[in-house]
Write a protein that binds this ligand. Structure first.
Ligand SMILES: *[C@@H]1O[C@H](CO)[C@@H](O)[C@H](O)[C@H]1NC(C)=O
Ligand SMILES: *[C@@H]1O[C@H](CO)[C@@H](O)[C@H](O)[C@H]1NC(C)=O
Ligand SMILES: *[C@@H]1O[C@H](CO)[C@@H](O)[C@H](O)[C@H]1NC(C)=O
Ligand SMILES: *[C@@H]1O[C@H](CO)[C@@H](O)[C@H](O)[C@H]1NC(C)=O
Ligand SMILES: *[C@@H]1O[C@H](CO)[C@@H](O)[C@H](O)[C@H]1NC(C)=O
Ligand SMILES: *[C@@H]1O[C@H](CO)[C@@H](O)[C@H](O)[C@H]1NC(C)=O
Ligand SMILES: *[C@@H]1O[C@H](CO)[C@@H](O)[C@H](O)[C@H]1NC(C)=O
Ligand SMILES: *[C@@H]1O[C@H](CO)[C@@H](O)[C@H](O)[C@H]1NC(C)=O
Ligand SMILES: *[C@@H]1O[C@H](CO)[C@@H](O)[C@H](O)[C@H]1NC(C)=O
Length: 799
């Protein structure tokens, strides 16, 4: 019980989900051209469109479609069905569109679902149209395509009440036609595929032209009319109520074509469209009565001829003198067109996809009513010549010369001042084209040319509201100041990486702007642009999908709208405030802290200390020798002015625990020797020499040691024996220039600076001790041997 409730709940939820899914779009099953012999049974039951065309299916069964309750469209064309039982669709209550064309159907039994709108069973092997009797209930039917060899009135009587939009009757195998059958059809548009050669289609045509206003006839070729063809055509023309006649696949000789045209000219037809016209026979000058016609539009597309050697003028004259409103000659291999001999009624001329050159309509003054001219896809080359062609067309509003080989040679352009729209798409135009444009333009299409920017000196196009510059070579947005009233503007697919804001400002009136498919550079400069896109997406056509970053590499392929560039990167002041200022501030803080606590000094002293330690350990082996030779750790030399510091501060501190002995000239001088001898003696007996440097020392004492250094070359051999204490800073200028050695020493060697702050003294002493400390043998003996007896070195000598 519980399980079954659960199951039905599941089934319910899944069916709801599927319905929603099915509603989101058609489910297409395309099994076209798979060589199938039967309808596959493993299709989705939600299939709405099933294409089984181009297979070899020869039978249908109820089980083939019964499970596809959503089926709307079924294409069974080009299969091998010979019989169709409509009951196979009894469960397809939504079926609207079935196509059984190009099978071998001979009979149809049963009835189609009433929902059917489109039923095509043409190009089959039906002998009669009796099957139509079964379609009387298809009141929704809009399109009916049938084929038959024999047509009887009774067949169509069954469906006269069905209001069709389009009826196709394929009569290629026609053998019997019951007069008055076709007019029984109730349709807006009638398309008859006429029987081929060797047949007389007279009575079919006679009825066809009296059935609908819009008639389409296919396969008009080689009729075998026993009586006078001209009479035959005149009869038909007289009987006609058709206003819009379309002829497809017409293959007639030139005189017949002229006759047919003449009949049609004087019939009810207002629009004549001919597709795939093949002319045979020799083309000659035609005598044609243009007057008294209701003809307004002639369209001929895809025309060719069997003969090539004929007087072109005969053909072109025949066409040029036509007194219709519209004439279209597309893909007809036209090389030229003559100027109508008298004021022409042509309002719209379309000569597309031909081989027309610049000579067309030059100096032609009879096209005074011409409003629209399209010469797209031809061989036009010279823009100046096109402009001078238009100057005799005072009503010309729309000119399409796209897809030509146009270029501008900077000669004078003389456009008709009535032109409001100009299509120059896919030509080979460059920037200079802006110097040759009609001033009155409202719409300008320059898509797919070679424009890189808008040149200075162009005249303002005040009325221009639409400009298409897509697929050019623009590197930035062009300046809208030449087009103040622009509203629709496309620059898509150019080379714009950073649309400049200034240009965007000038384009203020633009309300449909397309800049998609450009290689955007997503940095700060794009921010404002992105903002506009986000705030008014309706203004940017294609937003957001076609606006994609190209640079820099890390955001390539990301939509502009999804790229976030932090605000501070882009605002210089903010950047200063957020990054630079704190950096400066913390640097200043560090510096002032260093100053206050003299971090640098500590660092320097520490370095010195470790270096000394390192050196001591490196030269350990040399110690034994030194121990034997010297009696003192250090000789100390100072100026008289610094004597009190040396005696009261340095000596007590350094000799504190009797481990270090200093040779001080006052205490340790040997009487009877000269001062210099004494000094040298003292130095020689000491492991190191300490010099207490101060401005006084430099000025008064240095000379003594100059001499010593000169003797012993100590300076050049090894300066390791020197310990310099900088008691007071010595400005360089105080040092006499002759003491270059001192200068060199001071710049080379690091010296110990006497710190003013008492807190740092401890480290200073430690450093000094480390610099001079070694183990000396027999200290008592050494010290007693040199009895001090004292002349003052500093006071008694000068250099
Ligand atoms: C099925 O595929 C063929 C080409 O194989 C295509 O021509 C046809 O349009 C497709 N049918 C549908 C319904 O899309
Ligand atoms: C149905 O079966 C055929 C072959 O048996 C297979 O190619 C096709 O993909 C199947 N279709 C579905 C919807 O499962
Ligand atoms: C079959 O008919 C459907 C509906 O008209 C159409 O979309 C489809 O293209 C047709 N298939 C072929 C191969 O023409
Ligand atoms: C066509 O089918 C119907 C109904 O099945 C039948 O009455 C009729 O005789 C058949 N006609 C032909 C020519 O087979
Ligand atoms: C159709 O009518 C014409 C005369 O209007 C007649 O000559 C012709 O024989 C008729 N055709 C048939 C099949 O009755
Ligand atoms: C169409 O033909 C029928 C009979 O041939 C005729 O009575 C009717 O007037 C014709 N319709 C027009 C509009 O000529
Ligand atoms: C038209 O006639 C040509 C030959 O005259 C034939 O090949 C073609 O099948 C006919 N029907 C259609 C619809 O083209
Ligand atoms: C023009 O047509 C009208 C009636 O439509 C007719 O009276 C007149 O004779 C025709 N003129 C010519 C020259 O065919
Ligand atoms: C002539 O062509 C123009 C432009 O295509 C169209 O708007 C107009 O309806 C046509 N006139 C006739 C009588 O078909």
């Amino acid at each position: 019980m519980m399980a079954s409730v659960l199951f039905s709940l599941l089934a319910l939820s899944s069916s709801v989900a599927c319905t929603c899914w099915a509603a989101s779009g058609p489910v297409v099953a395309n099994y076209s051209s798979l060589g199938l012999n039967t309808v596959p049974h493993n299709l989705s039951s939600w299939t709405t469109i099933l294409d089984l065309s181009y297979n070899s299916i020869h039978t249908l069964e109820v089980a083939d479609f019964s499970y596809m309750s959503q089926l709307k469209v079924l294409n069974m064309s080009n299969n091998k069905l010979t019989h169709l039982d409509c009951n196979v669709f009894q469960f397809n209550e939504m079926l609207e569109h079935v196509d059984f064309t190009h099978n071998q159907l001979k009979n149809i039994s049963g009835t189609f679902p009433k929902t059917l709108r489109h039923l095509d069973i043409s190009f089959n092997d039906f002998k009669t149209a009796v099957i139509c009797k079964g379609f009387g209930n298809l009141l929704q039917l809009e399109y009916l395509g049938i084929s038959a060899a024999e047509i009887q009135k009774s067949d169509f009587e069954a469906i006269t009440h069905v209001q069709l939009h389009y009826a196709l009757i394929e009569l290629q195998r026609l053998s019997y036609y019951d007069n008055g059958s076709i007019p029984l059809l109730n349709t807006k548009h009638l398309h008859i595929i006429l029987p081929g050669q060797q047949s007389d289609p007279r009575w079919v045509l006679f009825d066809a032209v009296n059935t609908t206003k819009s008639l389409e006839l296919s396969n008009i070729t080689g009729w075998h009319v026993k009586d006078d063809l001209k009479k035959f055509m005149e009869d038909i023309a007289k009987h006609s109520t058709v206003s819009h006649l379309t002829l497809r696949r017409v293959n007639l000789i030139w005189p017949y074509l002229i006759s047919a045209f003449q009949c049609i000219w004087h019939s009810s037809v207002e629009k004549l469209h001919i597709y795939d016209l093949y002319l045979s026979g020799i083309i000659t000058k035609a005598s044609f009565h243009y007057s008294n016609t209701s003809m307004k539009e002639i369209v001929i597309e895809r025309a060719s001829t069997e003969v090539f050697l004929f007087n072109q003028e005969d053909l072109y004259r025949f066409l040029a003198e036509m007194n219709t409103e519209n004439i279209t000659l597309n893909s007809a291999n036209i090389l030229f067109m003559v100027c109508p001999s008298k004021p022409s009624t042509f309002q719209n001329i379309v000569f597309e996809d031909n081989a027309i050159t610049d000579d067309i309509f030059s100096d032609c003054k009879t096209l005074t009513q011409l409003r629209s001219l399209s010469l797209s896809k031809n061989k036009l080359e010279n823009l100046e010549r096109i402009s001078s062609m238009t100057q005799n067309m005072p009503s010309l509003k729309h000119l399409d010369v796209s897809n030509n080989f146009l270029h501008y040679n900077r000669e004078d352009c003389t456009w008709s001042q009535s032109i409001v729209s100009l299509n120059l798409e896919s030509c080979e135009l460059t920037n200079s084209v802006f110097l040759c444009l009609p001033k009155s333009l409202r719409t300008l299409n320059l898509k797919n040319n070679e424009i890189a920017h808008i040149p200075q000196g162009m005249t303002e196009l005040e009325d221009l509201t639409q400009l298409n510059l897509a697929s050019n070579r623009l590197a930035d947005l062009p300046d809208c100041s030449f087009f103040k009233n622009l509203m629709v503007f496309s620059v898509q697919s150019n080379q714009i990486s950073s649309p400049s804001l200034e240009s965007l400002e000038h384009c203020r009136k633009v309300n449909e702007f397309d800049a998609g498919h450009n290689p955007f550079r997503c940095d700060c400069d794009i921010k404002h642009f992105t903002k506009i896109g986000k705030t008014s997406p309706g203004k940017f056509i294609g937003w957001p999908d076609t606006y994609v970053c190209e640079h820099p590499e890390d955001v390539k392929g990301i939509l502009l709208k999804d790229v976030s560039i932090p605000v501070i990167y882009c605002n210089v002041y903010l950047l200063i405030a957020v990054i630079v200022l704190p950096t400066v501030f913390s640097a200043a803080l560090v510096i002032s802290l260093c100053r206050y606590f003299d971090g640098l000094w500590y660092l320097k002293m520490f370095c010195q200390w470790t270096r000394t330690k390192h050196r001591v350990s490196r030269t350990k082996n040399g110690y034994e020798e030194i121990q034997r030779d010297v009696a003192f750790h250090a000789f100390i030399s100072y100026s008289e002015y610094d004597a009190s510091w040396v005696k009261n501060t340095l000596l007590p501190n350094i000799e504190k625990n009797n481990s270090i002995r200093i040779c001080q000239h006052e205490r340790n001088f040997v009487a009877g020797k000269s001062i210099v001898e004494n000094i040298i003696n003292c130095i020689d007996n000491s492991y190191k020499s300490i010099f207490v440097l101060s401005p006084h020392f430099v000025q008064s004492e240095w000379c003594h040691y100059e001499l010593y250094f000169a003797h012993h070359k100590l300076y050049t051999e090894s300066t390791d024996n020197l310990v310099l204490i900088l008691l007071e800073p010595i400005p360089q200028y105080i040092i006499p220039s002759k003491y270059y050695k001192l200068k060199a020493l001071m710049s080379q060697r690091t010296y110990l600076e006497w710190p003013k702050e008492t807190g740092k003294h401890g480290l200073f002493w430690a450093n000094l001790r480390a610099a001079i400390n070694i183990n000396l043998s027999n200290p008592e003996d050494q010290s007693s041997s040199s009895v001090p007896s004292v002349p003052d070195v500093s006071s008694s000598h000068s250099c």
